[in-house]
Design a protein around this ligand. Structure first.
Ligand code: SAM
Ligand code: SF4
Ligand code: SF4
Length: 365
């Protein structure tokens, strides 16, 4: 008798997820009653910086061009997300989305079908100077720009590239092109840029940008993350309070990851602006999560920390498969979304927590 050989799926992630018991019109709901209406699509895994908390020094093996979702595939996915599942906002990310040559056309293609969909992009702003106006004209509404320091040496140390000037030029071009409200994302690394937190806030306030600090999560490709190395939201607030008066804004957070604070001048009490702190590690907000993510090669990641990913690309590239076939798999992937941080309860310290194999750049933050 012949020994049976197990047949592996040809495409990683192509094993079907458990079927969602809900009709497609119910949206991207999971077993814990959350509904994902915030779609994040990574357009490319490649990046021109090497932020220590994200990428290894020598980069990663990049996807080949034909492994990336094409413009038409991205537009189709957004159509399914919006028309079938009631997705209400879209964020384009990466890797670095500006590295993608057809970015303007991707945005124009999405905008042509969804005149009212809020479209945002997360970017490191390198090269934005040349593209900001074209992106705004194509229909991009606003950008979040990652900037961890306004000091040249610190920036170079954190990103392993001496490119602060290019980023600053890009930031100002985005503001001029009306890609606003412009938000700045910063990760604080202990002993590297934490002492500069208030300087960065001062710069953002002067320029009318809203700064958001994101706690460092275990999503660095180098796997150097340590719980005690994370500058917590509480520490961040304390660092900023050395220079400014902070008070929580009087607004309903409504599931938003950032806790926002009014920032006032110490002496006069004048309101200078706002700052957000995203406490993904120390004060997780998973029970209110509204995210669904698709990676650059077309795989659904229901959670940043999912061990499971489900491939949509082989369906998108199969002429016999309809939008409903794609939607069924997407809905199943989201039905299986873990309660929190890739598990049934939040926290990065509990026994058995395992980080995802992918780095933030390969997921799409
Ligand atoms: N390259 C673009 C950028 O940096 O804005 C978009 C992709 S990047 C992966 C998206 C966001 O993820 C950035 O704001 C970055 O600061 C954040 N990020 C990356 N690795 C992180 C980590 N380990 N913990 C927390 N945030 C991280
Ligand atoms: Fe590139 Fe963004 Fe990751 Fe920095 S955080 S290495 S800019 S993908
Ligand atoms: Fe949502 Fe997962 Fe992030 Fe929690 S860890 S907020 S469930 S994506």
């Amino acid at each position: 008798m012949k020994t049976s050989v197990s047949i592996m799926p040809k495409v990683p992630g192509a094993e079907p997820p458990p079927a969602s018991p809900n009709p497609l019109e119910a949206g991207l709901v999971d077993q814990f009653g959350r509904r994902a209406t915030d779609l994040r699509i990574s357009l490319i895994d490649k990046c021109n910086l090497r932020c220590t908390y994200c990428m290894p020094e020598n980069g990663l093996p990049w996807l080949k061009k034909d492994q990336l979702m094409t413009l038409d595939e991205v537009v189709r996915l957004v159509r399914i997300g919006v028309d079938t599942f009631g997705v209400r906002e879209l964020r384009l990310t990466g890797g670095e989305p500006l590295v993608r040559h057809d970015l303007v056309d991707v945005i124009a293609g999405i905008r042509a079908e969804h005149p009212d969909l809020p479209i945002a992009m997360t970017t490191n702003a390198i090269g934005l100077e040349k593209k900001a106006q074209a992106l705004a004209d194509a229909g991009l509404d606003r950008v979040n720009i990652s900037l961890d320091s306004i000091h040249k040496e610190t920036f170079a140390q954190l990103t392993r590239r001496d490119q602060l000037e290019k980023v600053l030029v890009g930031v100002h071009a985005a503001a001029e092109a009306g890609l606003t409200p412009l938000k700045v994302n910063a990760v604080l690394m202990r002993g590297i840029n934490d002492a500069e937190a208030a300087d960065l806030l001062a710069w953002c306030l002067e320029n009318g940008f809203e700064l958001r600090f994101i706690e460092h999560m275990p999503l660095d490709a180098d796997q150097n993350w340590k719980r005690e190395g994370t500058v917590s939201a509480a520490e961040t607030r304390a660092l900023l309070s050395q220079r400014y008066d902070l008070s929580p804004t009087q607004e309903n957070r409504d599931g938003a990851p950032a806790e926002r604070f009014d920032v006032r001048d110490r002496g006069s009490g004048e309101l200078l602006g706002r700052v957000g702190v995203i406490a993904s590690v120390t004060e997780p907000f998973c029970s209110a999560c509204t995210r669904t993510r698709v990676t650059a090669e077309g795989r659904v990641m229901s959670c940043l920390f999912s061990a499971e990913e489900y491939d949509l690309m082989h369906l998108l590239r199969d002429d016999t498969k309809s939008d409903d076939d794609v939607a069924q798999r997407w809905a199943g992937a989201m039905w299986a979304k873990p309660a929190a941080h890739g598990s049934s309860r939040p926290g990065f310290e509990r026994e058995g927590f395992s980080r995802p194999e992918r780095s933030m750049s390969a997921i799409g933050g």
